[in-house]
Each structure stands twice: as C-alpha cells, then as structure tokens.
Design a protein around this ligand. Structure first.
Ligand code: NAP
Length: 261
C-alpha cells in the first residue's frame, strides 16, 4: 500500500459521491469530514470559497479527489451549474445530497423587514428546493435508482422561537418539502429517499451569533445540559445517507439532547 493512501473499501459510504451544501462551515464541514472518513468522495459546495477550501484541506485525501464548488443555493443558475460541474468532474451525479446551507437574520416579528423575512426563506427553503430538484433530475436521468437526500431543518421549526419568524417558518417549510420530496421520489424507478434532521442548539458559527446570555438559558433547558457538537449531527447524517437507513424516508430525526422532546 502506498504511504498516505486512505483505504476506503468496506466502509459504509465507499464508492458514494456526496454533495454537501454549506460545506464550508459548522455542521456542513463536519458532514464532509464524516462522509470522507466513511469512504465517500465529497463535493464541498459553499458561497464562501475560502471556507470551503479549508474544509477540503481537512479531509482525508487519496486518489478519489474531493472537490470544492463555489455555489449560491438561491440562484437556479448556480445550482444548475453545480450539479453539471460535479457530473463533468466525476462522470456521475451525486447519490448523496446534504442541504446544510443556511442563514439566520433575527429580528422580532413586529420589527422584521419583509426583505429580511424573504432572504432567509430564499436561502433556507428555496435553496433546499433548488438543490433537491437539480440533483434528483440528474440522478433520475442517470438511472441510478439509489439516492439519499438529507435536509437540515431545526427543532425551532416545530416549536417557534423568539426573533426568528423567518427562520422558524423556513425550517417548518423544510420539513414539509422533505415529506413531499420523499413521496414523489420514493417509487422504485427513482429510488431516492429524502429525510430531514432537526438539530437543537449546536456549537457552530451560526449558534455563536446567539447572545451568550440567551445561549446559557437554552442550555439550562436541554436535558443533556450542553450544546450539541457538529459531529453529533454529522453521524446522524451519515446514517441517513447510508444503506443502514434503507427503509427510512420522509422522516425528521431530532438531534437535540432532549430539548423540546
Ligand atoms: P454555519 O456554520 O453558519 O454554516 C452555514 C454555511 O452555509 C456557511 O458556510 C454559509 O456561508 C453557507 N451559506 C449561506 N448562504 C449560502 C448560500 N446562499 N449558498 C451556499 N452556501 C451558503 O451554520 P451551521 O450551524 O453549520 O448550520 C448548518 C445548517 O444546520 C443550517 O441549515 C442551519 O439552519 C441548521 N441548523 C443549525 C443549528 C445550530 O444550532 N447550529 C440548529 C438547527 C439547525 P456564510 O458563512 O458565508 O454565510
């Protein structure tokens, strides 16, 4: 065996090609790392190319080159060229897709500008739709009959959260979008599963924007008494991406340390 070569045969995601949006930071980066460690080739997509390159550098490297794709998930053109470029580079569409790209723009409902509401819906909900649609079309055209899509919702999409009318609405929408996608894509000729993960409060740059006092109060409400780690979401993603979850579609898995159970 060549020195520095990574052995991937026998791993749960070996020979799989995975697209991860928002792969430059937080949960998306942890998902890229987890998938690569389980044998997948990873397409790291993010609007921030430098952070995506940082993720790429952190991945175990071997002859199955991982790659970075500069992408804005709110742009149909950008998402179309993302999927087309992946197919050109790897000669196949990704059979695993994880929608991690997301933003918050918090403001109390009575003060929230319409543009602030719309922007968060565009990234979190429409972006997820565009990626699901483009990737599914490519997989179906390829006749793969084996795909897994994982969307990042949020537990606050279920229960609401002060200052997050836009974010909570977008994440509730992600759950409905996941179920509809699951219903439409499940049949045998397509063979694509679609599930959501609803994280609680996870220690990432997004959570770091929450004022420390608010975060302290949240932690007191978490039965497990701590924030989650991005790797703890990534391992659930790997389960949903893999054939270990082959009869699971349309579901939402909560990764919250027991918060709002
Ligand atoms: P994060 O660290 O902020 O990472 C999100 C990534 O998405 C960033 O690299 C961001 O780039 C990128 N992004 C933003 N807009 C984009 C666009 N238009 N096109 C492509 N990429 C874009 O956030 P995270 O905490 O890892 O969250 C990942 C997902 O989990 C999100 O959907 C989030 O809503 C969800 N989630 C997070 C938590 C939590 O507590 N952290 C809880 C529940 C759900 P920029 O940094 O340049 O914006």
């Amino acid at each position: 065996m060549a020195v520095g070569r990574v052995v991937t045969e026998g791993l749960r995601l070996s020979s799989r090609l995975a697209l991860v949006t928002g792969g430059g930071s937080g949960i998306g980066r942890a998902v890229c790392q987890q998938f690569a460690s389980e044998g997948a080739t990873v397409a790291v997509a993010d609007i921030d190319e430098d952070s995506a390159e940082e993720t790429l550098k952190s991945l175990p490297c071997d002859e199955q080159q991982h790659s970075v794709f500069l992408t804005d998930v709110t742009s149909p053109q950008s998402v179309h060229s993302l999927v087309a470029s992946i197919q050109t580079q790897f000669s196949r569409p990704p059979s695993i897709v994880v929608n991690c790209a997301g933003i918050t723009m918090d403001s109390l409902l009575l003060k929230m500008e319409a543009e602030t509401f719309e922007r968060v819906l565009r990234v979190n909900l429409m972006g997820t739709f565009l990626v699901i649609q483009a990737a599914s079309k490519a997989l179906i055209a390829n006749g793969s009959r084996r795909g897994s899509i994982v969307n990042l919702g949020s537990i606050v999409g279920k229960v609401g959260n002060l200052g997050q009318a836009n974010y909570t609405a977008s994440k509730a929408g992600v759950v409905a979008l996941t179920k509809t996608s699951a219903k439409e894509l499940a049949r045998y000729v397509y063979g694509i599963r679609c599930n959501a993960i609803l994280p609680g409060f996870i220690d990432t740059p997004m959570a770091a924007k929450v004022p420390p006092k608010v975060l302290e109060k949240v932690v007191q409400l978490v039965p497990m008494g701590r924030l989650g780690d991005a790797s703890e979401v990534a391992s659930v993603c790997a389960f949903l991406a893999s054939d270990d979850s082959s009869y699971i579609t349309g579901t939402s898995l909560e990764v919250t340390g027991g918060l709002f159970m």
